[in-house]
Design a protein around this ligand. Structure first.
Ligand SMILES: C[S@@+](CC[C@H](N)C(=O)[O-])C[C@H]1O[C@@H](n2cnc3c(N)ncnc32)[C@H](O)[C@@H]1O
Length: 296
């Protein structure tokens, strides 16, 4: 696989929520394959501008060509959205009209064995979205104590058998039998038994380890703190999340931030038709809020 094929989720719903207009300025915190970004640029033509960010170097490398037709209207920066404020100020993107974050993993991240996210294909235990920095999954598993690992499996994966799974993973490590994604799956299946229903037994633990490797909740908290101050009054923030922990953070941050008015009492979820077309959209939830005037 050479290109970057990612089907954007909740596509129309997200773009409609951001109300792109000619001359508006927008930030896409999670460029990925650029589906949402290009739609924002098209609908804000001819003068709308976009700052797009992603921490994945592959998304950035392939994104340059995708954005080339938009010339100077689009800027693409590699980085984590926890540094959104600094990046936006450097690029002069303050008082913007819209901010989008679609915070799942991209299809290439999940599908390319060498990225180490998949329990269906053999790959190194990596799982980093930014392959140029930070700890790999293997390094994390080596560093954590059995108790710390169990806590992560429980908190980020809702894995009820977190303790025996953590022990099994650490045993495999001690025996030198944990190098690949399939080794990790084996250590989990040893406790949970083979796949019975639709969901693979390794799903929850892989999700939890991925969230820890990429500090996904820490990244989201920082984004929720910083993004509202970059919006002009009337500007909108739209966040798509993929599991309940993230959705809860977004819901409460929007609700409790005096700078924001919530536009989605209930999250917007994909239609049955979208899920049939793209099963990866199933858990996605979109929440939208608008920046309001606050008296000091
Ligand atoms: C679901 S994909 C986005 C897809 C995109 N909306 C599209 O239309 O193709 C999520 C992307 O967000 C990036 N990402 C996740 N967390 C990030 C973070 N904290 N900072 C920057 N990028 C992040 C991932 O690398 C991935 O490319």
């Amino acid at each position: 696989m050479t290109g970057f094929h990612h089907i954007p989720v909740l596509f129309e719903e997200t773009i409609d929520a951001l109300l792109p207009r000619d001359g508006g300025r927008y930030i896409d915190c999670t460029f990925g394959g650029g589906g949402h970004s290009t739609a924002i640029l098209e609908r804000s033509a001819p003068r709308g501008r976009l700052l797009a960010i992603d921490r994945d170097p592959l998304a950035i490398d392939l994104g340059a060509a995708r954005l080339a037709p938009f010339g100077g209207r689009a800027i693409l920066r590699k980085g984590a959205f926890s540094a959104l404020r600094e990046t936006a100020i450097e690029e002069g993107f303050t008082e913007v009209d819209g901010i989008l974050a679609d915070i799942g993993t991209s299809s290439p991240q999940l599908d390319r064995a060498e990225r180490g996210f998949s329990f269906q294909q053999e790959g190194p235990l990596d799982m980093r979205m930014d392959t140029t920095s930070g700890e790999t999954a293997l390094e994390l598993l080596e560093r954590l104590s059995t108790e710390e690992l169990a806590d992560i499996l429980y908190a980020y994966g809702d894995e009820r058998r977190s303790r025996p799974i953590a022990r099994s993973i650490k045993e495999s490590l001690d025996k030198g039998e944990l190098e690949t994604t399939l080794d990790l799956r084996r250590a989990i299946v040893r406790v949970l038994g083979p796949k019975r229903g639709r969901i693979d037994p390794a799903t929850r633990s892989f999700q939890a380890i991925r969230i820890a490797v990429n500090d996904e909740l820490g990244e989201l908290r920082k984004l929720l703190d910083d993004a509202p101050s970059l919006l002009r009054v009337g500007g909108r923030i739209a966040i798509i999340s993929f599991h309940s922990h993230e959705d809860r953070l977004v819901k409460w941050a929007f609700r409790e931030d005096p700078r924001l008015r919530v536009l989605t009492k209930k999250p917007i979820v994909p239609s049955e038709e979208e899920v049939a077309r793209n099963p990866r959209a199933r858990p996605s939830k979109l929440r939208v809020a608008e920046r309001v005037e606050v008296s000091e």
